[in-house]
Design a protein around this ligand. Sequence first.
Ligand code: SF4
Ligand code: SF4
Length: 450
Amino acid sequence: MILIKEIQFIKADGGKYLLLNLINGAADLISPQIYRQLSENRLADLEAAVVETMKKRRYLFENESEYQDFLQKLDAKLEGLEKSSVPSFLIIPSYSCNLKCTYCYERAYDIQHSPFQGRKDSIDRQFEVIAKIIGEIPPGGKTAFGNKDVKITIMGGEPLLPGNRMLIGYILNKIAAEGYRANIVTNGVDISAFIPELNKEVVEHIQITLDGPRKIHDRRRIFGNGAGSFDLILANIEKALEMGIKIYLRVNVDKENIDSLPELAGLITGHFKSAPNLHPYLYLMQDGGCSGEQNVLEESVGIETIFALEKKFPQMAVFQKKYHPAGFIEAIFSNQPFQPSLRHCGAARNQYILDYKGNIYKCWHGVGNPDFSVGQFEPGLEFNEKKDQWLNRSITSLEKCSACKYRYICGTGCPAARHGGSAMSDLDRPNCVDYGKLIDILVREHLKQG
Ligand code: SF4
Ligand code: SF4
């Protein structure tokens, strides 16, 4: 009999252990005796009923070849699903921005941009390319998708600049005409000028960033003259909520603002009461953009600090958290199936980013950076070799990942994180996160909370 290597033990109360299956998200509380039998590989000592359950839950296989066969079939199935996954697109109508945030990753490399000139013909081209890419996705997903499943995110620079208003209306009308759905990533400074556009049925949500209470936010998300944007953004969020627009409120968390989160949570709950359309969430920054890495928190330190703040300040419950193994942890504690993956993110699947200059990218962090470009659609549609390098970046193609027990949770790591704003990381290099430690912290905390 063979015990899979994709497992982790977490010490629980009463000498028991939680046994985790890192492939399918199964979690089982086991006795100290079973723990010893498994960790000492004394599988013959396991009781018959335990063996039966462990085989059903895919911890045990009859022999090595049955185990390898299971993994090969799983990889082949996931490969088919990921190659034929629903595509998503980002379109960039301009790289101009009305803010000069201290950590902007787009400013970390110098995007050469001409002032926006309202080129509807370029938008028409973007939509032709989107339709072509959708048409070329191989069949084979578990469900066929329709245009209503395809999300188009509009981002920049800052897409909602008053000078872009006609163009944003034009883009949203095109999205509606094709039956796609729209999301918008905006800094929130000029939303009030766009309320009629944002209130359209086709817009699912907008994402706005608020980085802390006024004194902190206004140090980071500033105008060119150094003035802060906090009051303007808060007023605009209020207007958008009044109009029924769904908002994901992102807080970029690092050393500079982590201690001010309780104050921000109190402000959000006090100011917006229980607004069902407002979804604040914390994102632990992986990359300091043009301000360098000195403020970036190690993720485990960030998670533990946030847990400590949550214990002291109940209003912190207003924030959702986006930690690395969040999907895996949620699956365990909400008893939902875990979806293993071969790839880290949409950039290695069917995500494409089209900018107004005719460039195509796969990764959000690389927009405007020639090193990240995977092709162009002006004058004609042409991809370079990087497109396939992105698509082939999977745990089956990187040697270190193929032997890693966390591979189905991690999917090779993000090749763009901590790129320091210059050249892109090597697409053939794994970017490890300490999943063992993060899972241990998160599971223990969930167990404590009961
Ligand atoms: S590669 Fe990294 S930065 Fe780029 S889209 Fe994926 S997760 Fe985001
Ligand atoms: S990037 Fe590192 S942690 Fe992730 S699967 Fe590869 S080897 Fe494992």
